[in-house]
Write a protein that binds this ligand. Structure first.
Ligand SMILES: *[C@@H]1O[C@H](CO)[C@@H](O)[C@H](O)[C@H]1NC(C)=O
Ligand SMILES: *[C@@H]1O[C@H](CO)[C@@H](O)[C@H](O)[C@H]1NC(C)=O
Length: 349
């Protein structure tokens, strides 16, 4: 007698979450996702992650996988050759010159990480996957969130926010625009990506339509269920960048009209153009293994199940500067943005 064995494909939900530091890989005018091959790109970015970052990178149609090509990464998890980037924050002085705002490391990370960002891959939220399988991104996957052309609160994207830091551990309130008063411990920029995938496209012409955002007002709040159009729940990817504004907090340096002095490298002085880019580059099935495990944060390192590395190794990884323009010191214009000089050569008869 034959037994009919019903194999029930049980999805075993688990609670796992990654939160890790990545030091700065480079600060230069490149955007291999939105402006591939273009040197320089339109505005300056700060980039973290693997050293395959270049003006032209393998895209969603390439057989070459970034995770197999990278030889070093600025991220704590050493199998992560993904690239993560955002615009760069500048301070605009009363005399009209610009100075880049330094980045410093977040609370509760390994010490001495140089610049960079904190990256999160959570599930439904910090403590639950909502009883769903979390499917890791695939080789060739990329996406963006936000847009350099967004210019109002009405058009701002939930999950793209700023926090005025009283200390490195301040998390609320979050605002869609830059804080309007000096922040004692700097300004944190938060970028939460959508987490629902259409299951087919690794990219889309605007780099966003293959994903769907269920984020609520606060980025780390549990997202609603994925819609039928984008049924696959992926990791909730988020970045935090701590812009160290402390040297610019003296109100005597701020504009006399009462406005705030910080400006994105896009030229945006309100903050709404905040945006972020992601190119997946984890080696093999490392990210899926982490999502299927039940480890939290740093405890996912040391081979349990992810490989990790020292901060010295993170800080030592970098890529070459393809543009070679000044980005530091007092600049008369933002990199790539022409200042409209007032005509000085007006001769009187
Ligand atoms: C412009 O202002 C900044 C900040 O006050 C100052 O450090 C810099 O020297 C000034 N530059 C010029 C050309 O006056
Ligand atoms: C690849 O990306 C392009 C946009 O750059 C998109 O039109 C196309 O659908 C994508 N294909 C896949 C399989 O991801």
């Amino acid at each position: 007698m034959k037994w009919l064995v019903l194999a029930l494909a049980l999805v075993a939900p688990s609670q796992a979450g990654l939160r890790f530091g990545c030091s700065t890989l480079s600060i230069q005018r490149l955007d291999p996702l939105v402006e591939p091959g273009q040197v320089p790109s339109q505005h300056l970015h700060q980039i973290v992650g693997g050293n395959t970052f270049a003006p032209t990178m393998p895209d969603n149609t390439s057989a070459v996988h970034i995770g197999d090509k990278g030889t070093c990464t600025t991220c704590f998890f050493s199998e992560d050759f993904s690239n993560y980037w955002t615009a760069v924050l500048y301070f605009k002085a009363r005399n009209g010159t610009f100075h880049r705002v330094p980045i410093y490391d977040n609370a509760d990370l390994e010490g001495n990480i140089q610049g960079g960002m904190t990256v999160y891959y959570t599930q439904q939220d910090f403590s639950s996957n909502g009883n769903q399988k979390i499917t890791a991104f695939k080789p060739g996957f990329r996406m963006t969130v936000g847009s350099p052309t967004i210019d109002s609160k009405a058009k701002s994207v939930a999950g793209l926010r700023f926090t005025c830091l009283a200390s490195k551990t301040t998390r609320f309130p979050e605002t869609a625009a830059f804080p309007t008063a000096p922040c004692a411990a700097g300004v944190m920029a938060e970028h939460h990506f959508p987490a629902c995938w259409d299951g087919v496209n690794l990219d889309s012409p605007n780099h966003q339509d293959h994903m769907y955002d269920t984020a609520q007002d606060s980025g780390f709040a549990p997202g609603g269920p994925c819609p039928a159009s984008h049924p696959i729940r992926m990791p909730q990817l988020a970045y935090e960048t701590l812009w160290d504004t402390r040297q610019f907090n003296d109100k005597s340096l701020w504009p006399t009209d009462g406005s705030q002095p910080f400006v994105w490298s896009t030229g945006d002085g309100e903050g709404y153009s905040t945006h972020a880019d992601y190119i997946f580059g984890w080696k093999g099935d490392a990210l899926q293994k982490a999502m299927d495990s039940s480890c939290m944060f740093d405890a996912c390192g040391n081979g349990k199940p992810l490989l990790s590395q020292t901060v010295d190794k993170m800080n030592a990884c970098s890529v070459k500067d393809n543009v070679g323009e000044p980005t530091e010191g007092w600049l008369t214009s933002l990199p790539g943005k022409q200042t409209l000089h007032k005509r000085a050569n007006v001769f009187h008869a």
